[in-house]
Design a protein around this ligand. Structure first.
Ligand code: BDR
Ligand code: CA
Length: 318
């Protein structure tokens, strides 16, 4: 059995990633930890519970984590996900927040990893605030993980939230810095550019959400806002960012965690995060020439098997 801990800021693509994991045979989700990001922390928690409810998996423990970045900057909820993070579709039957565990997400992460050292894969699809807090509380935390899969960072000067910053890293650059510099477990990163390069066709998207299931109907509903937003961005700007098809960033990191053969090429390299650049704060820096002399390297995912990816997505809504 694959053991997973999932840290999310539950917007629409986080929801997809969670559903992908839920549908994978031989996977046990030990907990889902919540972080502010695409929306306020409270909405993130509610969104995770909604996803679990649709999948009849409300028994999975959900923990409330950080409500702001380490330096406490304002939360820039991504317009793409809608104000509530899941496309602003009213859900009168949403589970109450009393379903949440009482333990703080960061404390829960440390406890769970101590119970099963060396066995757990951590998948992180939001700002890295909870992870940074965890390693500061217990510096041995990363060593006790089997491996880690992150969606975040950009390596070209192509940002999606600031000129050069990808949302998850640029929302809490200090946290991303701490994680990339202090986590020593094998780490795989699905960057913004990688996910853009591998976006799927809209034809696939329609086939995917038109499966006749409760989960597919839920996905189509929560995704409607993002599609409208993408279309209007395409019309109003000439921004290549929004013309590349159906994006599901977080699911790429999840796919890598679920199926080793999803990654067909990765670049092993030391990385860090720019903290001071007036235009580049939050950007991930790859030390291709090895000048930083860092021991711990990560795997920046470069190529993947898209057929496998589509298979995992389809299965997620069955
Ligand atoms: C990342 O930012 C969020 O909006 C998405 O959920 C994804 O984790 C992409 O930059
Ligand atoms: Ca996310």
């Amino acid at each position: 059995t694959k053991l997973l801990l999932i840290d999310v800021d539950c917007g629409v693509d986080d929801a997809q990633a969670i559903m992908m994991a839920l549908a994978s045979p031989g996977v046990e989700i030990l907990g889902i930890t919540c972080c502010y990001g695409n929306t306020l922390l409270e909405n993130v928690c509610k969104n995770v519970l909604r996803v679990l409810q649709v999948c009849n998996r409300l028994e999975i423990p959900v923990y409330q984590g950080a409500s702001a970045s380490l330096l406490g900057g304002p939360v820039e909820g991504a317009l793409y996900h809608g104000k509530d993070g899941l496309g602003d579709v009213p859900d009168p039957n949403a589970p109450g927040l009393d379903h949440l565990q009482k333990e703080h997400a960061v404390i829960a992460m440390l406890r769970i990893v101590n119970e099963k050292p060396g066995q757990i894969s951590l998948v992180a699809t939001g700002p890295l605030t909870n992870l940074a807090l965890a390693v500061k509380l217990d510096p041995t935390f990363p060593k006790k993980l089997k491996n880690m899969f992150i969606m975040g960072g950009n390596v070209e000067s192509r940002g999606n939230i600031t000129v050069c910053g990808e949302f998850n890293f640029a929302t809490d650059p200090e946290a991303a810095f701490v994680v990339l510099n202090e986590f020593t477990c094998p780490t795989y990163i699905a960057t913004w550019e990688f996910t853009c390069r591998n976006s799927l066709s809209w034809e696939f998207y329609h086939k995917w959400v038109n499966q006749d299931t409760k989960k597919a109907k839920f996905m189509a509903k929560i995704f409607a806002h993002s599609i409208k937003f993408t279309e209007s961005e395409c019309k109003s700007t000439d921004n290549i960012l929004w013309t590349s098809g159906f994006m599901s960033c977080d699911s790429y990191a999840m796919a890598a965690a679920l199926d080793e053969s999803f990654i067909t090429k990765a670049i092993e390299v030391a990385v860090s995060v720019e903290l001071n650049g007036s235009l580049t704060r939050g950007m991930m820096v790859m030390d291709i020439t090895g000048l930083l002399k860092k021991k711990n390297k990560v795997f920046v995912i470069d190529k993947c098997d898209l057929e496998k990816f589509k298979g995992l997505l389809i299965a997620a809504l069955k």
